[in-house]
Design a protein around this ligand. Structure first.
Ligand code: PEP
Ligand code: MG
Length: 539
């Protein structure tokens, strides 16, 4: 048995097989093979595996979203079986004696160039498809496939570190826990783990030994330990611990349906944070009143190009419909800092957390911003949508945002596209926004305090930097006073005020937040019922 220590970012016990995650390596090697026939067979096996994965994706998408959306996976299967495509690969492997990865890569490039040269929008789309499907085959061939379809059963992911763009690629129901060598408690991957209800450890003193793949592991999110090939004593102890935790969670279920009010009758709206449609079931299962933060940028991560208006519309509509009339606050694109997507082509920055990110990008790339706003407004006809804007520092930003919003609404009216009555708010996550919150409040209907960034900017502590954890004090008086000031200024100008940063779920502070007059707390779904219990105990 091997025991390693990390820092827990979410509690719980996970028991299952280990999957050692290697970062996708995009460099394609080119080398001569000795046995070309065997190499072609290696390609055929990867091709067959990719087709099986695509079939599974087709079926899942059909079930979860719809047949039309699933068609893409059927088309990808056809592309993989295309005779010309396979013949080209075979020609490179058997004719030139080269390796399968190189043959697939070269063929994909060739086909993509051919499709693009056709100068036809439909065929240009096929260029993206042929590259996409070829990447799948290459990652199977070189063993770096990250997609959860690659795993047969739910696993404990062991990795050096995980960027949000990598984390979103795993399929939720194939995950038991995350364990990383690096990482920080305030990173988005830690936040995602909490949202997904997965015990997780960061800064873990563990080797990324491929030998661990498939071995039994246990993650104890209470003590921050991971056991590899646990002995019988630990296994029995952990099973018991897991049972107790399951029991505790079952007990919390009795709070479902009860109002979130203090003993003295003060109501607090209890909402949940999500990253996508797949999180809504957990929101409903934990009886949240609504979604207080939909991190829409997750729709933009882990992909090759911008999500289209249609794709976004479908996602927002699905969340709003599933929430059945409960409020859903969609935060507009907050890309940048640790949330990166190459296709944005943002120049490398010295200080990305203080850089070109979030609303700054949206106000410069107005067409892209409008695409998102149009998608949200169109979806607003299917539920109760609200929008909030991240990283605000000035009144002029809100004025400009509102002009753009009005343009979008007018365009929709002109085209007879229905949309709902959408509440507009901003995130308060910069000290500047706190200080001028009296002015800002006059322009919006609500504030949502992003304590993750507000803490980082107030204390000048990079939330990604694990070396700064000893200096990071989430309860720093400066941050708490900022929260107080924001709430007071909101109320003085007729706006409501919530917290959607991780501090909202910090139950040592719940009483203080309630005393400050907080109207709403939005937390990861697994914290909802415990927080309701806490609020109901406050006198
Ligand atoms: C925050 O900064 O507190 C917040 C909720 O936004 P994010 O964590 O996505 O930056
Ligand atoms: Mg933030």
């Amino acid at each position: 048995m091997i025991t390693c220590q990390g820092k827990s970012v979410f509690s719980g016990v996970a028991i299952g097989k280990i999957f050692v995650y290697k970062k996708a390596d995009n460099t394609i090697e080119k080398y001569q093979v000795e046995d070309a026939a065997a190499e072609f067979e290696r390609f055929k096996a990867a091709q067959a595996k990719a087709i099986t994965q695509l079939q599974a994706l087709y079926e899942k998408t059909c079930k979860d979203i719809g047949e039309e959306e699933a068609m893409i996976f059927e088309m990808h299967q056809q592309l993989l079986e295309d005779l010309d495509y396979v013949e080209s690969i075979q020609g490179i492997i058997e004719g030139e004696g080269l390796n399968a990865e190189y043959a697939v890569f070269t063929t994909a490039e060739m086909f993509a160039a051919m499709f693009i040269a056709m100068n036809d929008e439909y065929m240009s789309g096929r260029a993206v498809d042929v590259k996409d499907v070829s990447e799948r085959v290459i990652s199977i061939l070189n063993g770096t496939q990250v997609a959860a379809e690659a795993m047969d059963e739910p696993v404990i992911i062991l990795a050096e570190d995980l960027a949000p763009s990598e984390t979103v690629q795993f399929e939720k129901d194939k995950l038991l826990a995350f364990v990383t060598q690096k990482g920080s408690a305030n990173s988005h991957t830690a936040i995602l783990a909490r949202m997904m209800n997965l015990p997780s450890l960061v800064t873990t003193d563990i080797e990324l030994d491929p030998e661990y793949n498939g071995k039994m592991g246990i993650v104890d999110g209470f003590t921050g330990k991971i056991y590899i090939e646990p002995d019988e004593v630990i296994m029995a102890e952990m099973k018991e611990k897991k049972k107790r935790e399951d029991e505790r969670r079952r007990m919390l279920q009795t709070l479902k349906g009860l109002p979130t009010v203090t003993k003295s009758g003060k109501k607090v709206h209890l909402y949940a944070n999500i990253g996508g449609v797949e999180d809504v079931d957990a929101v409903l299962a934990n009886d949240s009143e609504g979604v207080g933060l939909f991190r829409s940028e997750f729709l933009y991560l882990g992909r090759e190009d911008y999500p289209t208006e249609e794709e976004q519309f479908e996602a927002y509509k699905a969340v709003l419909s599933k929430m059945g009339g409960k409020k859903v606050i969609i935060r507009t694109l907050d890309i940048g800092a640790d949330k990166q997507a190459d296709y944005f082509n943002i120049e490398k920055e010295e200080n990305p957390a203080l850089g070109f990110r979030a609303i700054r990008i949206c106000l410069e790339r107005v067409d892209m911003f409008k695409t998102q706003l149009r998608a949200i407004y169109r979806a607003s006809a299917y539920g109760k949508a609200a929008i909030m804007f991240p990283m605000i520092i000035s009144v002029s930003e809100i004025v400009r945002i509102k002009e753009i919003v009005e343009e979008v609404k007018e365009e929709l009216r002109q085209n007879d596209v229905p949309f709902g009555d959408v509440e507009l708010g901003i995130m308060i996550e910069t000290p500047a926004a706190v200080i001028i919150s009296d002015q800002l409040a006059a322009h919006v209907e609500f504030f949502s305090i992003g304590t993750n960034d507000l803490t980082q900017y107030t204390l000048a502590i990079d939330r990604q930097n694990q070396a700064l954890e000893p200096f990071y004090n989430a309860h720093h008086e400066a941050v708490l006073r900022m929260i107080q000031m924001t709430i007071e200024n909101a109320h003085a100008h007729g706006a409501w005020c919530g917290i959607c940063g991780e501090l909202g779920a910090d139950m040592e502070l719940t009483r203080r937040f309630v005393q400050m007059g907080i109207d709403e707390l939005s937390v990861s779904p697994p914290f909802t019922l415990e927080l309701r219990q806490k609020i109901r105990e406050i006198d």
